[in-house]
Design a protein around this ligand. Structure first.
Ligand SMILES: Cc1ncc(COP(=O)(O)O)c(C=O)c1O
Length: 477
């Protein structure tokens, strides 16, 4: 009986693998990414296979990054990256510098509260792209069945139920960890801060990607750390040659990267580059901190492993959260540190005791019941579709010569304007027209490095509103 079952399984595998080979040949003749690929039914008839085998065959091509599925539309070729249109990588100052960006960031963030405005600035998906009903269901269960949660402090390291559910979830992603090794934090922001506090001293040099998410810059500024900006490709991530040269020249105490679904560039770093980064940091005694907030929001599965999953040295500290995939308001994240938790847990206790117990239990429930996994799988396809549409709208409407990133995860686009346009004056004019985006200046400690760049959230609101926002910005040139 068991043998028969095994035979069937290997027969199924053979069928869909051979179908996926034929499919690869078929799509090699298909040149236009806007044209739909044959439907599952057509493939099933053409190759005389079942619908489920056709689906498994397509899945192989999706995992290889060759095609993508657009909800309710069908299968399409993955749009190949066009080097002509990807934003260029300007050269940052070679030296390490103190960061002074706080004032500008606070000014920008204050603008997000201006109403009414089409807010394409804040990096949060609209409520439709978050499983808010399921979160409410989980919270109802907690208020009915675990009411004690509202009357107690959680341990500083985290609520055991969440630590256990999260450890199991991360293990499925090949990330070696136990419940006890995880520190539950107030979002990824606190995880990054605790990782930095516990691996650096004021004055230390921290290598960062350029451009980089501005909260990292704020942390460096407030901890008195010096930023060493490393040029970063919108396709493959941090320039390892440049980093290696700098590491040979000066002591780099830590390196902070966002390797899977980078904000604002959207790349997923290839696994061999991730491995090389780990080796480089290991050879130079440099702490490696990874921000994996978009780990579950990649459009394809290839290269979507975190650094921690590839780390044989126990070198990487991983910082993550559920802010982009579930809810930014629950403020639940984690730190999986490279070393002993005890000291870090003390730092956590000193700053804010612990994370809200009901919020931790909400996420634990979502993970235990598989509700979280279902929601992210649904939404990342929607992100991919909206990002692609918004990219087309921008390229059609912004001045000739505009370059736009081709993200592999998340929902933001990084846009480079051609000379002589500057993002700040356009930002001001766009605000007067009721649209907000983030100017490139907040993504670097070097003033003017990204003065012709901007970041746009493609999922901030309904597609028609995003389109309206793009049109209004386009009228500012
Ligand atoms: C790359 C990155 N890291 C960290 C954060 C902050 O995450 P949290 O809201 O979980 O603190 C963000 C939010 O935009 C982000 O984009």
């Amino acid at each position: 009986m068991v043998k028969n079952k095994q035979n069937n399984t290997s027969k199924d595998a053979h069928l869909y693998l051979s179908a996926s080979q034929k499919l690869k040949q078929l799509i090699s003749q298909h040149k236009d990414p806007t044209q739909k690929l044959p439907s599952l039914r057509q493939i099933s008839e053409r190759f005389s296979i079942s619908l489920s085998t056709a689906q498994s065959a397509y899945q192989v091509l999706i995992d290889d990054g060759l095609i993508q599925v657009r909800p309710r539309s069908g299968y399409f070729l993955t749009t190949k990256s066009d080097p002509q249109l990807q934003p260029q990588v300007p050269a940052p100052d070679p030296g390490a510098k103190r960061v002074q960006i706080g004032e500008l960031v606070v000014q920008m963030l204050a603008l997000t509260r201006q109403q009414p405005v089409i807010n394409l600035g804040t990096a949060v998906p609209e409520p439709q792209l978050l499983p808010l009903d399921t979160i409410a269901k989980a919270q109802r269960r907690i208020s009915q069945r675990q009411r004690w949660a509202y009357g107690s402090y959680s341990p500083s390291s985290g609520e055991p139920a969440l630590q256990a559910a999260l450890a199991e979830y991360l293990q499925q992603k090949e990330i070696p960890c136990s419940a006890e090794q995880l520190l539950i934090t107030n979002g990824c922001t606190e995880a990054l801060r605790l990782a930095l506090i516990n691996s650096t001293q004021p004055g230390d040099v921290i290598a960062i990607e350029s451009p980089t998410y501005f909260t990292v810059l704020l942390q460096l500024e407030s901890l008195g750390l010096r930023a060493l900006e490393i040029p970063t490709s919108p396709e493959t991530g941090i320039d390892l040659k440049h980093l290696a040269t700098m590491m040979s020249a000066i002591k780099v105490n830590a390196c902070v990267v966002n390797p899977v679904g980078h904000n604002p560039l959207g790349f997923v770093m290839p696994d061999d580059k991730k491995q090389a980064l780990i080796e480089l940091c290991h050879n130079h005694g440099t702490h490696l901190i990874e921000d994996v907030i978009n780990l579950d929001l990649t459009y394809h599965n290839h290269n979507s492993r975190s650094l921690k999953a590839l780390d044989n040295y126990g070198l990487v500290s991983q910082c993550g959260s559920f802010s982009k995939s579930l809810s930014p308001a629950l403020r639940v994240g984690w730190l999986l540190p490279s070393h002993q938790l005890t000291q870090i847990t003390t730092s956590k206790f000193i700053s804010n005791v612990s994370v809200s117990t009901p919020c931790q239990l909400t996420i634990a429930t979502m993970l235990e019941k598989g509700w979280y996994q279902k929601a992210v799988n649904k939404h990342r396809g929607q992100h991919a579709e909206r990002v692609q549409k918004t990219r087309e709208w921008i390229l059609q409407r912004f001045p000739q010569g505009t370059r736009v990133s081709l993200p592999q995860a998340g929902f933001v686009l990084w846009v480079e304007l051609p000379e002589p346009y500057q993002a700040m004056p356009i930002h001001q004019k766009a605000l007067e027209k009721g649209v907000l985006f983030l100017p490139g200046d907040v993504f670097s400690p070097t003033s003017d490095l990204y003065s012709r760049y901007l970041r746009i959230n493609c999922c901030a609101c309904k597609p028609e509103e995003v389109l309206e926002g793009v049109k209004r910005i386009a009228r500012c040139f």
